[in-house]
Design a protein around this ligand. Sequence first.
Ligand code: RNT
Ligand code: ZN
Length: 423
Amino acid sequence: MEHPTEKHVASMYEMAKTRYALMGVDTDAALAKLATVPISLHCWQGDDVGGFEGAEGDIGGGLAVTGNYPGKARTAEELRSDLDKAYSLIPGTHRLNLHASYAETGGQAVPRDQLLPEHFDGWIAWAKENNHGLDFNPTLFAHPLADDGFTLSSYNERTRKFWIDHCIACRKIGEAMGKALGTPAVTNIWIPDGFKDLPVDRLQPRIFLRDALDEIFAEEIDPRHNLDAVESKLFGIGSESYVTGSHEFYLGYAASRNKLLCLDAGHFHPTENIYDKISATFMFVDQILLHVSRGVRWDSDHVVILSDNLRRLMQELVRGDFLARTHIGLDYFDASINRIAAWVIGTRNAQRALLLAMLEPIEMMREFDRNGDYTQRLAMLEELKGMPFGAVWDTYCMRKGVPVGIAYMDEIKAYETEVLSKR
Ligand code: RNT
Ligand code: ZN
């Protein structure tokens, strides 16, 4: 298959630019805007949420990665090399979202409540060199003290204490990352806590969780270095009947404590979508973190595709002018396909959805709402789907020096032969 050349892209762009201009949309302005939006790639797509603590098998926490595509990263060097490859195929400059279980401890087992910024020096140096901001997550699963399904909301005080100390350590690591890189790390707390079957007391674990979070956040950290986020969930494998950190719990917590709310696209009922939660949340919460994901029938963490849901999500951010208050991260793990392609396809789709939203004649369309002209509104929304957006996207890739079209697959295939197949 042949890929478009510079000449193809340039002539297509001229036509697209003219077509968009007819509806008052400036394609160059949209591309300039797209370049300002970083996406935080999730390190855990690279190794099936494995981490470097020597864990084998089940990752716990009610999470499940399926597939055994060959060539997954086994060390920090391999993971960084794979990430470098992925970033080289994605237009623009982006961030990396790390989990605490990806600490580099030089072969020594360091308990999670004793992790230090120095255990992330390798990541920080690499991020600095490549201009990536870093985001961070405490890891409250895949650990003996999380085996019974409870961490910060455990009835066991010692268990709670261990995880509180882990989260405190992680905020300090986030702060160190933010300081070193000159951009705040968003440190996101997600806990797996919940019951398989009906609990008697739904309140007590939530009291434990609220108090644990208050303890974790007791120390103020400069928001120029670290921002705290909390992530809700509906259910997990083994926590089908009750999850302590539900949406209502964390919405209330974030609004009352001035924390970021993390909305994961897979953490709601299958017909419920996070795009409708954005404007409501922003009325009471200052900033949000997104875990852009794709659930299929359940929170299955499929690779992000350019779906209507994704498009509506990005439309909310762009139409509402919420981008400056939103941190966009990805969260999925597919081990059944090439893992680098999974990063590249999902990230490029998040960007394509953003670009589509940036190519809307928003002001003109608002008029339809205001005037009650729902017929014109429907006609316009459908018309937009047929606009030559692909030519604008190709131009973006060309200008940013990354492969146009799916030419990125040629590079991924070559990397697979040269690097991945030898692991
Ligand atoms: C789990 C949450 C959480 C994790 C990562 C690995 O359901 O979505 O964000 O996916 O922390
Ligand atoms: Zn998530």
